[in-house]
Design a binder for this molecule. Structure first.
Ligand SMILES: Cc1cc2nc3c(=O)[nH]c(=O)nc-3n(C[C@H](O)[C@H](O)[C@H](O)COP(=O)(O)O)c2cc1C
Length: 369
């Protein structure tokens, strides 16, 4: 193993959390859980990645126990005895391989449409009401709805701890519910949950506090956030390091242990005048460990693959990534598609077998291997 690749395989420790490597599996919705229950194939899918050197698995987005949390078919639930029993099997298989795992707790918010499982009559729920052709397609959330959703996240975190998960990740990115509150494009509320970014962060802050209270001081909480939104790839929550600091500080104080900074290309500087990416800035400004992500080991970014396309992303050098990791710009590296298509990605990197790494195409989404 050459010296700089070694950096990816140095254990990471934060309180009670010990990771055997710096390689993190990025959360990726796979839609292979009929009835919302992770089955034996899902167990095997995650086990293989842990066996091949992934230090921390962040599961695909898994829905909290609120009637409008889900937006897509065959997404695993994180509530209900059957689904939690399925997840427990995943946890045990990953632990048996020496890996660590956290669920990504998810509420899709206003992205949900009528007709979606589990109850097709339930519309989306979001910061603002949306009406189309005289029909409410998104319910504007009342205080009672907000309290209910926060309680659902807290319960999911409690359940994560009870079934042996190593922490939780809260999905605060990509234009889903928590992010819908952050972003002025989707939040023009006139109550205490709307206004400037500090006020628009109130929902997330209350939610993080409730999760922290549910799990106690030592259970790791990872918070994923992004500037970009599904609804607008060029959207930005903050324009300057000062604004980023003002945004992150209250989240950090509310109980976040690790920030997961979602970008599409990890090498892009976040602000002019510095080489630091979003994870680099976040680490510097909060003093908390960070996870970087975005086109690690591949030559094409992931949104190109969300539409029908026959594009292939070829394996790419991770030299630049290793340089940044070595100078401690960030602590952990999340890998998405490269690990989706190739369960042995981390092992091949570790053993200098880059030439054997598989390219990524949409074909890989069709199976769970
Ligand atoms: C098939 C697929 C499903 C995804 N599902 C999720 C998800 O459930 N939650 C999430 O936060 N990000 C999700 N993402 C984004 C990834 O976590 C990651 O940020 C993105 O793929 C960029 O990393 P990459 O370039 O290494 O693939 C998904 C990406 C892909 C390709």
């Amino acid at each position: 193993m050459n010296a700089s690749v070694q950096a990816l395989f140095v254990p990471f420790r934060l309180g009670s959390l010990e990771l055997p490597s710096r390689v993190v599996m990025a959360p990726m919705t796979r839609s292979f859980s009929p009835g919302g229950v992770p089955n034996a194939k899902v167990v095997e899918y995650y086990r293989r990645r842990a066996a091949a050197g992934v230090g921390l698995i962040i599961t695909e987005g898994t829905t909290v126990g609120h009637k409008a949390a889900n937006g897509y078919p065959n997404v695993p639930r994180f509530h209900g005895e059957d689904a939690l029993a399925g997840w427990k099997q995943v946890v045990e298989a990953v632990h048996a391989e020496g890996g660590r795992i956290v669920p990504q707790l998810w509420h899709v918010g206003n992205v949900r449409r009528l007709g979606t499982e589990p109850d097709p009559a339930v519309p989306g729920y979001g910061p603002m009401e949306k009406v189309k052709d005289g029909q409410v397609i998104v319910q504007g959330m009342t205080q009672a709805d907000i309290d209910e959703v926060i309680a659902a996240f807290a319960q999911a975190a409690r359940d994560a701890k009870a079934i042996g998960m190593d922490g939780v990740e809260l999905h605060g990115a990509h234009g889903y519910l928590i992010d819908q509150f952050f972003w002025e494009g989707s939040n023009q509320r006139s109550d205490q949950y709307g206004g400037d970014l500090a006020a628009r962060s109130r929902f997330a802050i209350e939610l993080i506090r409730a999760v922290r209270a549910a799990v106690g001081p030592d259970f790791p909480i990872i918070f994923r956030f992004s500037q970009w939104k599904q609804q607008d790839y060029s959207a930005r929550l903050v324009q300057t390091p000062e604004q980023l600091e003002a945004f992150l500080k209250p989240l950090s104080e509310a109980g976040v242990d690790i920030f997961h900074c979602s970008t599409r290309r990890f090498w892009e500087p976040e602000f002019e005048g510095s080489d630091l990416n979003l994870a680099g800035w976040t680490r510097k400004l909060t003093g908390k460990p960070t996870i970087t992500v975005g086109s690690v080991g591949l030559d094409g970014e992931f949104l190109q693959f969300m539409v029908n396309t026959d594009k292939v992303a070829e394996p790419a050098s991770i030299e630049n990534l290793l340089e940044r990791l070595n100078r401690e710009e960030f602590d952990l590296v999340a890998v998405g598609r490269a690990l989706l298509v190739d369960p042995d990605w981390a092992l091949k990197i570790r053993e200098g077998r880059e030439r054997e790494i598989l390219p990524f195409s949409r074909e890989a989404l069709k199976t769970l291997r």
